[in-house]
Write a protein that binds this ligand. Sequence first.
Ligand code: SIN
Ligand code: CO
Length: 371
Amino acid sequence: MFTAGDLSWDDFLRRHWQRTLWFGPGALATAAGSVSREELFALAQRGDVESRLIRRDGRRWSVAHGPFTARQLARLPPRNWTLLINGIELHLPAMRALAERFRALPYARHDDVMASVAAPGGGVGPHFDSYDVFLVQAAGRRRWHVSRQRDLALVESAPLKLLRRMEKGVKHTVKPGDVLYLPPRVAHDGVAIDACITLSVGFRAPVPAELAMRFLDFLHERFEGGARYADAGRRHARHPGRLPPEMVTHAEQVLARLRWGPAAVTAFLGAYLSEPKPHTVFSPPVRPLARAAFARAAAQRGLALDLKSRLLTGAGRAFMNGETARLPAPARKSVQALADNRALPPQRLAAAAVDVLHGWYREGYVTLRDR
Ligand code: SIN
Ligand code: CO
C-alpha cells in the first residue's frame, strides 16, 4: 500500500492509473535497500534469467545479452552502463513481496519486476513503454526526465528503442523509497546520478492480435469439426477450375461450429494469462508426501505458492501456470485464498481442495510452509 500523504490506492486508481504520471516521494519506503547489487549480479550470471547490459559511449549505445560471467561484471567501467534483469520476483522473495504491494491491481495485469543496476551516467536512453510501470528507487539517486509528448518517432538503426527527440516535460530526482508511476506511452529517460538500483514493477495488457491468435489456437485444440467433405454421386465437372458451391457451403457449416461464450473465453484467458514466462522451470519435491500425509502437513504448516507460480481463478476453475483445474464448490474458498494471498494459513482442507492442491504440490507449484 502506498503511504504518500493522503493518497490511497482508491485515489491513485481514480486519478492516475492509465491516465497521468504520478510522483510519490517516499511512497514505498520499504523498497529502499530491499535488494542488493550482489543478489542482482548473481541473477545476471544465470542462464534461466533474462539480462541485458546497456552501455553508452557519447551518443553510441550498445546492448549485450546475458548471462554474464562474474569476471565480466567485475570489470565494468566506473560510468555509463546499466544492467537490466527481468523477472527478479521469480527468484527473490523480497521482490515477490514488492510485487504484492501492488495487489490493488489484479494479478492478471502483473507482468514482472525488472531491476536496473546502474553506474553513474547509466540509463537506457529516452524511450517509451507500451505498459504501465511503477519505477521504484531501491538504492542511489536517479534523475528522471518525463514528457507526455505526441512525437514518439524512434531513432532508426539504434540497438535499442530510443526516441529521436525528448520534449521539455518535467524532471524528478528520485531517492530510495520514491516511486514514479508512468502510464503507457509516456516518454521517459532516467540517468543514474550515483551507483543506483531502480525496480520497474510492470503491468501488462493483452495485445488484440496476439489474443486472437492464441484464442484461435485454443479453439483449434478443442474443435470437433464433424465429417470430412464428401461428394459421392456428384456430376461430371463442366468447369473443373471452378470452386464447387457445395464445397463452400460445407466449409461454412464446419466453421459455424466454431462457437464460444463467456465460459470458453474465461477458460482460455485464465490458461493464457497464467502461463509461466519461457524458460521457467519448477522443482517438484524429491520425495513428495502422499495425499493423506500432505493434508496433515498442510493443516499444521500451511501452504504457499512457489515464487514462480501464477495462479488465477474464474468460472469455477483454477488456472495454475497455464494448466486448468475444475474446482468443485468445497475447494473454491481455500484455492481462492491461495490465489489472492499466495499462501494459505494452516487449516484442515476439504477433500476436494486436497485433491487439487496435492497435484500442484507434486508439480512443485505449491510448497508446504516452513514450520
Ligand atoms: C531503468 O530503470 O533504467 C529502465 C526502466 C525504464 O525506463 O523503463
Ligand atoms: Co521505460
